[in-house]
Write a protein that binds this ligand. Sequence first.
Ligand code: ADP
Ligand code: MG
Length: 688
Amino acid sequence: MRPDILNPLFAETDTLDGVGPKLKKPLERLGLTRIRDLAYHLPDRFVTRRMVADLDNAQVGEQVIIALTVAEHRSGSSGRAPFRVFAHDAKGNACALTYFGRSSYTAKKQLPVGEQRWIAGRLDQYGDMLQIVHPDHVAKESTGAMGRQVEPIYRLAEGLTQPRIGGMIEQALERAPELLEWIDPSVLDKQGWPQWRNALTLAHRSENGKARDRLAYDELFANALALMLVRASNRARKGQALHGNGHLRDKLKLPFPLTGAQQRSITEITGDMAQPSPMLRLLQGDVGAGKTVVALEAMLAAVEAGAQTALLAPTELLSRQHFETLRKMAAPTGVEIALLTGRDKGKARESILMGLLDGSINIVVGTHAIFQDTVAYKNLGLVVIDEQHRFGVSQRLLLTQKGKVTPHTLAMTATPIPRTLVLAQHGEMEVSQLDELPPGRQAIDTRVVPLERMDDIVAGLSRHVSGGGQAYWVCPMVRGSENENEDLAAAEARYAALKKHFDEDVVMVHGQLAPELKDAGMARFANGDAKVLVATTVIEVGVDVPNATLMVIEQAERFGLAQLHQLRGRVGRGSAKSVCVLLRVAELSETGKQRLALMRESQDGFRLAEEDLKLRGGGELLGTRQSGEEGFRIATLEQTQKFAEMAQDEAKLLVERDGGLEGKRGEAARMLLYLLERDWGVKTLRGG
Ligand code: ADP
Ligand code: MG
């Protein structure tokens, strides 16, 4: 149970003064639902402003605070043109305030004609006119946030402004209690880090590296500690040693020899499974590295030893696909394989449940439906989790704690995490790596093409489809991005445009569709009815349509390299030559160019991940933040690299000294786990 002292931090955002249902929505869009989230919503950057008497005293490009008098409102002449407010300073110098999109309504209210307002923002030049685009502040008086010289700039969503969110964060910080220190005093001392509450406040006030580092370290430490507890409790659990004798595996007739990496991984996995303590192993391998067959070997080994196995996939579509593949591959062995998803109802479901209970089904494939309370197994010995980054650690944990005897767990991922980060993200598991692709794979011909050549691309797509091929067309949709609606609109517009060419042959799939519609669209494409699939990044994971050998990715510069690599992995799955077209905007930054050039040069997921890391420096964790589950919220990539090892060591030390987290530091650490919702780590303590 969460300690009471944290309750104020876990209250909902509408308990703050001035926050009602209307402001709650945009906050939610930023992933901010609790006071805690606001307190941890750290500034993207800071601006230093200068109060200027008039425009003659200001430089273009400078952040200023200035009094302007409003002269005129002018709506955009066409749909795309911005709304502009014409104003002038005390000397009569003109300056426009420019608003794009839907913000004009607020602007009109804030800037009545004939009145003077204080404006804070960046002075730009547009033609021979001075302008401020989307001022950060508009106020009647130059006091309060307006008067601050160093100001935090926060990530916003539509409906929020800097002063609004700044005010909420101030309130949130006031509610933060003093907490017991969980960092060892010697560490704190050596690093020169502030106490937690202080660090939180400082991080919002100015560019304070120490404060930020401390908060990042907290997150890494919490994560490491939680994983460590999971691992310790797993070790202490009762498992069952499974010694397969090979009689089923001998019957497999694989159309190819296994690669060395596959053989090695299988040996590692079956070795673990033969131990009495439950396995926790991660099989990491690039897209197309051949993880499925490794999983099949492991599952057959379990069945040989008289146990059942379950394969969990993140989506219905992937489950179905795995089911078909495994059924074909395992046919000579005669094992009984079933598919169970949330959509199976009535008799069909009943008979599968019976089969699992009486043991007549050896292998079940499905979505999380296979772990619902109503599903009971005769003897579940091995759980395989595909695309495990789609499931949080807590979810993974629940799955494996069903019976009295804990099954072995094999998790699989294609996310090419740089070696430096494997520990931070998967510290609770042993790792097997498929670092070798099956022979004979053709490199995917990757081309970087500017957007202006759209007509050529569409013509090429037409030829491809007439020749019997299928293709993916990917539009960006970054979950939680500010432009979510714009993204969707862009995908829809593209779909409409392609529909003119391809009519019934094109389908669209995106994350905001109902699951049935999404699956139906995917299915039409998978069975070849539809030739072109317009999609957002929902297709990133695991979809396998070998006949689709062309992929177009729009606004490729907006994706992380790792994500581009995952997307591209949807083509090039058969022996046919595949092409991936990366459509880019005309004006691309130097880094942008380098990144896309890397995609053209390399097909090695690990190399791309490492390079991505170098090029991006801090910032996001390889696009994993976009898929949410395992990215760190506070720690940047740089901080992760810098502090992950130390966090690991400290967590290990603590668990060795005080495995039940009962001492003073243990208690403080427990608090941290609840604070950052790594509470699944604490839960393993009970009875563990
Ligand atoms: P992933 O690791 O992305 O899940 P899959 O298991 O789907 O990869 O394998 C990709 C393709 O490679 C499949 O068509 C599979 O049959 C094939 N494959 C797997 N192992 C080998 C191998 N050793 N030699 C040749 N082809 C293989
Ligand atoms: Mg796979």
